[in-house]
Design a protein around this ligand. Sequence first.
Ligand SMILES: Nc1ncnc2c1ncn2[C@@H]1O[C@H](COP(=O)(O)OP(=O)(O)O)[C@@H](O)[C@H]1O
Ligand SMILES: [Mg+2]
Length: 249
Amino acid sequence: MAIRIAVAGKGGTGKTTFAALMIRYLIENRRGSILAVDADPNANLNEALGVTVERVIADILDATKNPRTVPQGMSKDMFIQYQLAQALVETKGFDLLTMGRPQGPGCYCYPNDLLRKHLETLSANYDYMIIDSEAGLEHISRRIIQDVGFLFVISDASVRGIRSAGRVRELVQELQLGIPKMYLVVTKITGDPGPLKEEIERTGLPVAGFVPYDEQVVTFDAHGRPLFELPSDSPIVQAVTSILNKCLI
Ligand SMILES: Nc1ncnc2c1ncn2[C@@H]1O[C@H](COP(=O)(O)OP(=O)(O)O)[C@@H](O)[C@H]1O
Ligand SMILES: [Mg+2]
């Protein structure tokens, strides 16, 4: 089974950036095959990775609510499974699945069940599954993605970000998600993170490391350039590498 690593935290803190650089790290260190899952409703992992996504899971599940979309002679289950398989974007270094944002109201229990099974079957083909999630951990809390082994909670260098990270940890405990390894990563550091020390301790999360504010990332994002093209000696790539060298052993 794939080693499942989730990244979560408040919007705008740098989750997608961290997830993309982790995928880059795994590729460069030849750690094995990778399934990237963009589980943030505000999906943009594909942009950080430089790939185009045609279909997202939410649209497929929404479409299957209308029985007329199912071709004659095909069962609904088979049809959904076929569609889910089409949503996988395959690239040289990794494959990517984008969840998207469910549109319509109503119950998703049935498709979610299928999605859970699909993800289980799919992830068996990979060494790593990297999940870019939002702070509410939607897919993990609803057990669509299970057995997460590592959770990196991302915060920017603000009290609000750190408190939000603390709430992610509380959520994991309340829901008894049983994630064995959880870490805090503080990003966009511009000065001495000392004043945040107490707030960081209150989260109860061990600090995996600090990521400096790196102007180059902003420039890359502004031009829609994939983060894979950041130079290896850039401060952010160096910081993420040292965090992962330490944590992913
Ligand atoms: N270490 C960093 N230094 C400078 N800018 C960063 C850093 N990490 C992320 N950013 C910028 O912050 C913004 C939000 O990052 P993103 O990874 O999309 O956050 P999230 O996925 O948490 O919403 C982006 O414009 C990104 O370029
Ligand atoms: Mg994001």
